[in-house]
Design a protein around this ligand. Structure first.
Ligand SMILES: *Cc1c(COP(=O)(O)O)cnc(C)c1O
Length: 395
């Protein structure tokens, strides 16, 4: 049996008609960039996430880049993030001329460890006479980028407390976590609505995927939102007058129209992903496998939240990861490694001077995690086949 890592064709077939109608409408209107479809989708995302401002952009990467540019983070500044994420999180910090500072992860959740973050800020950084926080390298620490990896929110209460104490902006990288919830300040909050400003990606394989590249920024502050709107059009306001340097980070109508059709189904898809995760757990238990490898933690499961996890990825962990992967490949089961290297181990970041062993948990996760097939329509017989193939490997 062939089991792909991800297969969204059934999802597309179910929505093909309304999506095609939207395409017809956009093509007929000949309005392709930042038109009514983008506006409607921005409003829908703002409402969905509980954020007063939503700014459609060209990708998740461009969302992060635009955020850093709009906050005027650049040379001499430093931004803290997780050592274990997709490259864009670190790459954007470096692209604006700032210095990425990596922090190790919590081995249970794979998200940035608030304890490690606090230890770094307390023991390695010091305030200067103007109250700015200086890193050991002398850069000004401006912001923290928590990444809600695999669809699970970071410990945002702890991160918020730390960011308040050290007066740092919180920029959520919610690219993998649209709709994910956690408890924040005693109430339920959605990923992206807890920091000053946040990014989403609608890359086709994300939980809410476009038919190409697309992204979104959401933020609380109206002035920052205005600046971001301007930033996505080269810092232009009005036309051909440029107050600062931005880029072409625009979202196009076709992507916004398609995403607008899909958004109402997102919560149903997330629920279906949780059902898949529950069935994996049952099968792994039934086969006596849960001592052989670890399955994803669900730290918020008992808080009464709906989207306590949205399972963008279902990552298991074992020291025998590479062998298991080979075995599953032979069985025609799709798997992926997110990510084979921690960010501080990437060649392009060698100039930062990190060494192997600096972030042991991020490095271990990069060696041991394996993403199994996960999508809302994944059939139970496929899941049984995956579980049995894993049992065969460990037998
Ligand atoms: C996908 C992703 C991004 C970048 O989004 P793109 O739309 O691919 O540019 C950034 N951060 C994380 C954690 C991601 O998973």
């Amino acid at each position: 049996m062939r089991v792909p890592l991800l297969d969204l064709s059934e999802q597309y077939r179910a929505l093909a008609e309304p999506i095609r109608a939207q395409l017809e409408e956009v093509l007929g209107s000949q309005s392709f960039i930042l038109g009514p479809k983008v506006e409607a989708f921005e409003e829908a995302i703002g409402r969905y996430c509980g954020a007063p401002n939503a700014i459609g952009v060209s990708s998740g990467t461009d969302a992060l880049l635009a955020i850093l540019m709009a906050l005027e983070i650049g040379p001499g500044d430093a931004v803290i993030t997780s050592a274990y994420s997709f490259f864009a999180t670190g790459g954007c910090i470096a692209r604006v001329g700032a210095t990425p500072i990596f922090i190790d992860i919590d081995p249970e959740t794979y998200n940035i460890s608030p304890a490690a973050l606090e230890r770094y800020l307390t023991t390695s950084c010091r305030p200067n006479k103007d109250g700015a926080l200086l890193s050991p390298q002398g850069t000004t620490v401006r912001a923290i980028v928590p990444v809600h990896l695999f669809g699970l929110c970071c410990e945002m209460d702890a991160i918020h407390r730390i960011s308040e104490q050290f007066q740092l902006d919180v920029i959520e990288d919610a690219a993998q976590a649209i709709g994910a919830e956690c408890s924040f300040g005693g109430v339920t909050a959605k990923a992206g609505a807890m920091g000053e400003v946040s990014c989403f990606s609608f890359y086709p394989s994300k939980n809410l995927g476009a038919a190409g590249d697309a992204g979104m920024v959401i933020c609380r502050d109206d002035a920052l939102a205005q600046r971001l709107r301007s930033c996505r059009q080269h810092g232009m306001e009005p036309r051909y007058y440029h107050h600062f340097i931005g880029g072409n980070f625009r979202l196009d109508e076709i992507q916004a129209a398609i995403l607008g059709v899909k958004l109402p189904f997102l919560d149903g898809w997330s629920a279906a992903r949780r059902v898949v995760a529950d069935f994996y757990r049952e099968e792994f238990k039934r086969l006596g496998l849960t001592n052989q490898f670890s399955i994803p933690a669900e730290p918020y499961r008992n808080l009464g939240l709906t989207n306590h996890h949205i399972y963008h990825q279902y990552a298991v962990r074992t020291p025998q990861r590479d062998g298991l992967r080979e075995h599953l490949t032979r069985k025609e089961i799709g798997t992926a490694i997110y990510y084979p290297l921690a960010l501080h181990e990437q060649e392009c970041f060698s100039y930062l001077g990190y060494r192997a062993g600096d972030f042991p948990e991020a490095e271990r996760a990069a060696r041991e995690t394996l993403a199994l097939p996960m999508y809302p329509e994944l059939p139970r017989e496929s899941q049984r086949y995956v579980a049995e193939a894993i049992a065969e490997f460990f037998a």
